[in-house]
Design a protein around this ligand. Sequence first.
Ligand code: PMP
Length: 290
Amino acid sequence: MKVYIDGKYYDGKNAKISVFDHGLLYGDGIFEGIRAYNGRVFKLKEHIDRLFCSAKAILLDVPMSHEAIMQATVEVCRRNKIRDGYIRLVVTRGAGTLGLNPNRCRNPSVIIIADKIQLYPPELYEKGLAIVTVPTARNLHSALNPAIKSLNYLNNILAKIEANNAGCEEAIMLNAEGFVAECTGDNLFIVQAGQIFTPPLSAGALYGITRGVVIEMAREEGLAVLEPNLTRYDLFNADECFLTGTGAELIPVVRIDGRVIGKGRPGPVTRKLVDKYRTLTKVSGEPIYD
Ligand code: PMP
């Protein structure tokens, strides 16, 4: 495996960064998770745009242009002969001193890794997930805005641990007001009486790229998509529920906090959107090979 670090390519086992990098010491940095399907990088521009928005929010100067980072991402896929895979793009604050002052970090590092990913076993896409609400609340956007895809994922990791302890793969995270925010690595949608609902981004969610694609696809299908604040009650009484994320794609949810959702199996709207998403990923994206 070839890993890109600051303009050079290294074998996986020699791909190393400094122990003084503030990405490691403080989680000071940002990242993107991107997918390649069928020899194309899916929604590459959208991911790079979001990376630059995260960078701006934390006053991190990405030492490359949008265009150069897009080209490097495609090149990493090419060198690793990726047709279908997962790309992890990381920008760290760079090596500094042991104090947390980011001004002492002179050179941010750009790291690009391309590998395989399988988030959930295939049968869960057929049967649907059982998930739970967890006690750890989503970060306040006035503290660490969940829109920033930062290297500081402890908020999500704690929630994931709580879900795992409850025997579940994913957790629903509420915000400090008790409204549904999102899951630890996915956005959440419900279907109710033919309309689609997803929490507003102001509830404390990442501006999910998959979320955006699904909203567009649903509207193309003539379905209304609304973004009101949602409570657990709204989820329990939904006809259908599904999660979206680059890694998970669209995955149905059939049980929440012990309540059966709808008929307890993936519903027709979810199935339609899953099919549409799979079709789209096969044909669209930045070509890796000429
Ligand atoms: N929320 C969180 C917290 C995430 O980490 C992710 C990405 N894994 C998502 C939502 C989904 O975003 P995207 O569709 O852009 O992958």
